[in-house]
Ligand binder design. Structure first.
Ligand code: FUL
Length: 486
């Protein structure tokens, strides 16, 4: 009898372990919402700054420029979207209203809108010019997602600084989120208050950045009508500002913030660049940067467009560091993405595509220091698919995986991904290459700490017969779903 019980227990323990080996590691919070994961996978998308400033040579319009000043000569919204598509962008966020208060759609709430301008383009269903409607159509045609930027600060509005303006802002937002189809992101910029036209008052108005706009109400308006949209602001809640306008994330970059602490105008830029290790909410970073020095078009910046190589560098410092890349195009006075900007953006994508054309690890032999089970085998990593992954058993927060080539192979780039639906875990890692008969530490010139959704390392080409990735510390068992080398 005793023997029967023991063998029964034995069987039970073995099958329990086998099962544990084949189940994914438990999630480690904070966790992303499914929509945040989908958003992160977009990786690169375009920003469009276009409006009165493009004609008055300003970055921040005062709110008093004559709407007639807006006078594009060869406007072509489809040309913008075609360019973005060719540049590999997955969406576009348009400035619907900048700080000057001028609206790019026929807002019924203000006269300071596009119908009062000199623009005589295609008409919307109500027979009015409407740049947002044109963009919606073009995005649908080319398969890009659309987002909006609606500046809370409004230097035109007479009531700015008072409750009447806040009600107006909420109504404007409601108009946008109910009339232009699905939006993937709503951008709430943090530059607020100061001098302006304010209906002719021409004075300085200060507001309390934290409370004046009633952000909880703003969020609920967006969530009610566009539940899939990611809300951007300095501190999220959907995604956060990366703390600079250079397009660069920290090489250490957690997708977490202590949510209650970060507000629009939050002064600790390092927290925004790197995230907060002990954050309680998933709020990943977005890197916004303009392809020119300014956000709006200025003819004298035609010679200052970022080169394809500079853009590729920014891609590696944003997407390659667990952030997204929001690249701004200052549409020109003709109403087009300027030829130089367009050529450089398309060329940038070609550089990236060539850099990462053939994953050298696909044919390599792969072994791991340990693995969780058949389903979570290191071998799966070679598939490069989102739903296959390598995980270590519970209690093992470090481990390594080695890829052996059939012959010495030139490698100059490595790509790593964690399976973020189960959390961001890796705290530090190393990459080594077997050169001749010696393991050499690969030096990418930046600390190899976090990985997150994606981490890409670039280094001087090495002739390696094997590559070893070691996770040296993590917040729990390792759970990587992709490793590629080029
Ligand atoms: C900032 C604004 O002040 C700039 O003009 C620009 O729109 C940038 C994207 O956000 O806060």
């Amino acid at each position: 009898m005793k023997r029967i019980i023991i063998s029964f227990l034995h069987f039970f323990i073995i099958s329990f372990l086998a099962q544990a080996q084949n189940t994914p590691p438990a999630p480690i919070g904070p966790l992303p919402l499914p929509k945040q994961v989908e958003w992160q996978k977009m990786e690169t998308y375009a920003f469009v700054h276009y409006g009165l400033n493009s004609f008055t040579d300003k970055e921040w319009g005062y709110g008093d420029a004559d709407p007639k000043t807006f006078n594009p000569s060869r406007m072509d919204v489809e040309q913008w979207v075609r360019t973005f598509k060719q540049a590999g962008m997955k969406g576009v966020i348009i400035v619907a209203k900048h700080h000057d208060g001028f609206t790019m759609w026929p807002s019924p709430l203000t006269d300071y809108n596009i119908t009062r301008s000199s623009y005589d383009g295609p008409k919307n269903k109500d027979g009015k010019v409407d740049v947002l409607a044109e963009l919606r159509k073009a995005c649908d045609k080319y398969g890009l997602k659309m987002g909006i930027y609606l500046s809370p600060w409004d230097r035109n509005h007479a009531e700015y600084g008072r409750q009447e303006y806040v009600d107006y802002y909420h109504k404007q937002l409601t108009d946008l989120v109910t009339n232009y189809g699905p939006l993937f992101e709503v951008w709430l910029d943090g530059a607020n208050g100061g001098d302006g036209y304010y209906g002719g008052a021409r004075e300085t108005r200060k507001i309390d950045r934290r409370n004046y706009y009633d952000f909880p109400k703003i969020h609920s308006i967006i969530e009610e009508h566009q539940p899939q949209a990611i809300i951007f602001s300095d501190g999220g809640p959907g995604c956060r500002w990366v703390g600079n306008e250079r397009g660069v994330a920290g090489s250490l970059n957690w997708s977490f913030l202590r949510k209650k602490e970060v507000y629009p105008g939050y002064p600790n830029k390092q927290d925004l660049e790197q995230g907060q290790t002990d954050g309680d909410t998933w709020i990943p970073a977005e890197c916004d940067v303009s392809i020119r020095p300014g956000w709006f078009y200025h003819p004298e910046e035609d010679s200052k467009v970022k080169t394809p190589e500079q853009l590729a560098d920014l891609y590696y410092k944003s997407v390659g560091r667990n952030a997204t890349f929001l690249l701004n195009f200052p549409v020109d006075r003709e109403g087009r993405v300027n030829a130089i900007d367009s050529a450089n953006a398309v060329r940038f994508r070609q550089i990236i595509d060539v850099d990462m054309k053939t994953n050298l690890l696909r044919k390599a032999k792969v072994t791991a220091s340990s693995e969780r089970g058949k389903k979570f085998s290191a071998k799966k990593l070679k598939d490069g698919k989102w739903d296959t992954y390598w995980a270590t058993p519970d209690g093992e927060n470090s481990g390594s995986v080695t890829f052996t080539f059939s012959k010495p192979t030139k490698v100059h780039q490595l790509l790593l991904q964690e399976y973020i639906p189960l959390g961001q875990r890796v705290k530090s890692f190393t990459v080594e290459a077997l050169v001749g008969d010696r393991w050499k530490m690969v030096d990418a010139g930046e600390p190899t700490t976090t990985i997150g959704y994606k981490r890409i390392l670039r280094f001087s080409a090495l002739e390696a017969s094997a590559i070893r990735v070691s996770i040296t510390d993590a917040r729990g068992p390792i759970c990587l779903n992709n490793i590629e080398a080029y």
